[in-house]
Ligand binder design. Structure first.
Ligand SMILES: O=C(O)CCC(=O)C(=O)O
Ligand SMILES: [Fe+2]
Length: 439
């Protein structure tokens, strides 16, 4: 595999070879296919492109002006510009050397570059793979496979450490009888209308029955190590039902691990919210019981997702609007390889701002405008794993080389949300729901 640096050098053999391949693939492509693209779609296409590698000079890259991150931005040769986008530095107060940035075009968006320490980044990677991507937390693979009770990663570590054969993971469809209720070889996926949840409409929305997704009938028994790169997400807290894009409260609640909720609470309490929202408080969409001035007390994460991206994966433009708390901070932590993140507006017609997110950066999306804004991840940048993930960490954990190997081609995003106001007990307010805390 040619490196990202080679592919960015027009004089290299790897570049010339990639160019020939590219010209061949676009030979029969119709002209002007891009005429109807929205500005968001056009930006997704631009940064997704494999050849020529995208020009990142319009991408906001705070590491580019941070002398402590020089080594990091050399990785893969990917570099944006610290002055690419209109932004303002805000004061995090005494006692912190960290910086925070806000963007006049997206009120409520806060960027905290390099906010998570290297040691904490490694701990969060271990948490994501070993402690979190396992029963009772649902992952994308549970629909189709019967996963080991302690998760794929622990099974992988066991076989590597003991030198024993890897487990073969069986398809879920193989243990179900073939009754049509359990296995539907469904045709095209139905179009789901994603209605924004609010305090006035959430009861009928969340009490609509939610069928489990049918397991694939075509997947074959697969070795653990072949399934690990297919891990795409692991649920945090309240279960999310992808078919209806609503939370499924009937499945009970898993408490958010304090490892995560404490990081998020600390982050939210660090931000001087008056500097972020002082000018937006009269905007539509704020309700009294979710006002930003109360967040130090009222912010309590209860749901979320850990996203696992391989370098070819993308996350299309979307809005996260299934939470009853529609303005409360959504905290998003980046780990491992760097990515281009697009932050748009209320429709796809708003030109998004491109931001280069590197390991340890934290993004907070808060307030009515930012929480209703389209965003997505069109590109994971190859060869960008920072040195802090290097194998010398073997003293901290003898299994670390296996984490490092996986992270070479991976970005993990821990994306944490608040669905309900703090103290709200849906099982008391919604007949038929019960709190089965299974953590
Ligand atoms: O990976 C990211 O940075 C964003 C993920 C995201 O937007 C989501 O999980 O809803
Ligand atoms: Fe999102």
């Amino acid at each position: 595999m040619p490196s990202a640096v080679e592919l960015q050098d027009p004089g290299s053999t790897a570049y010339k070879k990639a160019k020939r391949k590219h010209l061949k693939t676009i030979r029969n492509r119709p002209e002007h296919v891009d005429a109807d693209w929205t500005p968001f779609r056009a930006a997704e296409k631009k940064y997704k492109a494999r050849f020529p590698p995208p020009d990142l000079s319009a991408v906001f890259d705070l590491a580019a002006s941070d002398p402590t991150r020089v080594e990091e931005i050399k990785c893969g040769g990917w570099k944006g510009r610290a002055d690419a986008v209109d932004h303002r530095e805000i004061d995090l107060g005494e006692g912190t050397s960290k910086k925070a940035y806000i963007f006049p075009s997206v009120p409520g968006l806060v960027l905290l570059p390099s906010f998570v320490s290297p040691q904490e980044q490694r701990r969060l990677v271990q948490w994501s793979l070993k402690d979190h991507a396992r029963h009772p937390n649902e992952t994308n693979l549970d629909t189709h496979y019967i996963l080991p009770h302690d998760g794929l990663w622990n099974s992988f570590l066991r076989s590597r450490n003991e030198g024993s054969p890897e487990e073969q993971i069986q398809p879920r469809a193989s243990v179900l009888d073939s009754s049509p209720q359990l296995i539907q070889d469904s045709g095209p996926r139905p179009l789901i209308s994603n209605v924004p949840v609010s305090k006035s409409n959430f009861i009928p929305l969340i009490t609509t029955p939610k069928l489990p997704a049918p397991p694939s009938l075509t997947v074959k028994p697969t070795l653990v190590s072949a399934l690990i790169p297919k891990l795409r997400w692991a649920n945090i807290g309240w279960y999310y039902h992808w078919g209806t894009k609503q939370y499924d409260f009937s499945r009970g609640k898993i408490d958010v691990d304090p490892v995560i909720s404490n990081v998020c609470k600390k982050t939210v309490s660090t931000v001087p919210w008056a500097e972020v929202h002082g000018n937006t408080q009269n905007a539509d969409g704020w309700s009294d019981d979710e006002h930003w001035s109360t967040w130090n007390d009222s912010y309590e994460p209860d749901a979320g997702i850990v996203n696992f991206y391989q370098t070819k994966d993308t996350l299309m433009a979307h809005v996260d609007r299934s939470e009853v708390c529609a303005t409360s901070p959504l905290v998003s932590i980046s780990l491992g390889c760097a990515a281009v993140f697009l932050m748009g507006g209320l429709t796809r017609d708003v030109e998004p701002i491109p931001i280069l997110l590197r390991s340890g950066d934290v993004v907070i999306m808060s307030g009515p405008q930012c929480r209703r804004a389209y965003h997505g991840v069109p590109r994971i940048l190859e060869d960008t794993l920072p040195a802090l993930f290097g194998s010398t960490r073997i003293q901290e954990d003898k299994d670390w080389p296996l984490y490092e190997e996986y992270m070479r081609t991976t970005r993990i995003n821990i994306n944490v949300r608040q669905v309900f106001p703090k103290g709200f007990k849906p099982e008391l307010d919604l007949p038929g729901l019960h709190d089965t805390n299974r953590s």
